[in-house]
Design a protein around this ligand. Sequence first.
Ligand SMILES: C[S@@+](CC[C@H](N)C(=O)[O-])C[C@H]1O[C@@H](n2cnc3c(N)ncnc32)[C@H](O)[C@@H]1O
Length: 361
Amino acid sequence: MSSPNFGHERARRFQRALEAYPRARTTELLPLLAAARPARLGAGTAVELGSGSGYLTRLLQEMYATVYAVEKSAQMLERLPDGAVAVQVDGLVTGVAELPPGVRPDLVVSLATFHHIVERHAETGKVDDEASRVLQENSVAAWVDRLAEGGRFVLVDVGRRDDLDDTRAYLTRAAERLSAADGPSMAAADVEALDKALPDYGLRATLDVLGHPDGDLSLAGLARAYADAGYPLTTNGPITHFDETVRTHSIEGHDAYFWSAGDLAAGLARAGLSDVTVTTLPTPWLFLDKLGAYWFINELFGLDLDPEERRTGQSGTAIIDRNLTIRSDADHAIVDWQLLYATGVKRGRRGRSETSDSPPA
Ligand SMILES: C[S@@+](CC[C@H](N)C(=O)[O-])C[C@H]1O[C@@H](n2cnc3c(N)ncnc32)[C@H](O)[C@@H]1O
């Protein structure tokens, strides 16, 4: 199987899922409000790597004066919201040259994209993990070079936790570590302003579902809220969903390389970032019922489950259930998704300090 190129049908179904359920992935955006916030709302320049159809781009446009959306897929770029500056690239290392000269962004951010960046063994065509890790690290380094001094790099993606703690202990420790590191936060008034500007994302309503108190929003505060509410984390998170369900059943296939938290922290420091933090957070996808959750997953990943159902008699929902947990209570169906949130600051050419899930390799 190859990696997806997000051609016409895959891009169409991806965007259709996000338009039908604009609040489903809002928990992914909440930590980004804190991690990616500008010095002043509406000022500065942001670059988004792998913008897709503009899901995070829309939020960045409310936060920054100028947003460059860097993408490989022309079909995804066609769907970008008005106002974002489209930058089409072949890859992220060479693609940095496509950014207009002289642009020194205050933020470079990427959501759910880096795992697509893979290098293959010449003979077998299979993903070469070590070469993929190096290519991803070189992609980070290329964009760190363009960041303004003091600018922030934020990489959010599916990955592995390195520790074997239970979730509550892990999240409590993460909250303490992030508070001590004095990580970035967004003022409550700015969260309210963004909630008003993008009502379909339901930022405030989602915080209420999580039981997050009013007030400034930070990664530490979210970790604490998830620990208190008992949202689960696993070691590999959604990786087996990609490696088995998406790889076998997506209309474009899906080969990937996923970072571990410790390797990612070390990689970001080597790429030239300081004050590196890497934290795994629950990002539960929220729906009103299970039917909505299954439909969203089918569309977002471009799955084609019908032939398998005809061949084996096993339903599409059972195939999704093999590798993803979908729970339901009286009010919601919840898909147990989780992501690595990695941040670092550019201070001179080499990274100087780091804190992370585990010591760098
Ligand atoms: C899963 S989508 C995520 C899109 C968006 N960030 C979101 O969270 O909805 C991954 C995106 O990364 C893009 N992509 C993959 N490899 C890329 C590369 N080397 N350079 C730029 N974009 C890439 C794909 O075309 C796709 O639009």
